[in-house]
Design a protein around this ligand. Structure first.
Ligand SMILES: CC(C)(COP(=O)(O)OP(=O)(O)OC[C@H]1O[C@@H](n2cnc3c(N)ncnc32)[C@H](O)[C@@H]1OP(=O)(O)O)[C@@H](O)C(=O)NCCC(=O)NCCS
Length: 144
């Protein structure tokens, strides 16, 4: 499949929102928006975008950097284009970035997500342990 993988530009945002909605990756609760995306890039992360020659956005891999590790988020391919090797290409580019930057790369994936787990394992990600994941969603709930 003839696709281009390139860096995010701000004009991609509305197409990316649609893609994340159709792949189950977007939710208002997560608090991801254009400002957060661009801030993460300014901090040394990357949002890789897979596009068709027509310019249509059909995949994303969002890599954030916290100064210690890289984290892979919002990895998705539009349902109409899944199982055509685009996930493979996005993973290869994401790992190339990690190697070039020189930091470990980590991700969270739901234990029932067979497709994504297969993809990540195929490219060398190893299961880290039986951790549960916690978050404070509502910062107003914090005392003090
Ligand atoms: C996971 C996802 C990104 C895979 O993208 P894709 O473009 O379809 O993947 P590819 O065609 O490049 O396949 C690469 C590998 O992924 C695995 N894979 C992909 N789809 C699979 C499926 N339905 N069942 C099992 N393994 C699958 C296989 O290991 C495959 O390698 P193979 O073809 O040599 O068997 C895609 O299914 C997706 O967008 N899912 C919804 C969003 C999501 O769950 N993202 C992960 C969040 S952590």
């Amino acid at each position: 499949m003839n696709i281009i993988i390139r860096d995010y530009i701000s004009g991609d945002y509305s197409a990316i929102q649609l893609l994340w909605a159709e792949t189950g990756l977007g939710s208002a609760q997560r608090g991801d928006n254009q400002q957060i995306i661009e801030q993460s890039i300014a901090m040394g992360g990357r949002l890789l975008v897979a596009v068709l020659p027509s310019g249509e956005v059909i995949g994303t891999s969002w890599i954030t950097f916290d100064g210690r590790r890289l984290h892979l988020h919002h990895f998705g391919v539009s349902p109409a284009y899944q199982r055509k090797g685009i996930g493979d290409k996005l993973t290869v580019e994401s790992l190339r970035f990690a190697k070039q930057k020189g930091y470990q790369i980590k991700l969270e994936v739901h234990k029932t997500n067979v497709a994504a787990i297969g993809l990540y394992k195929k490219h060398g990600f190893q299961f880290l342990g039986d951790y549960d994941v916690y978050i404070v969603r509502d910062i107003n709930s914090i005392d003090g």
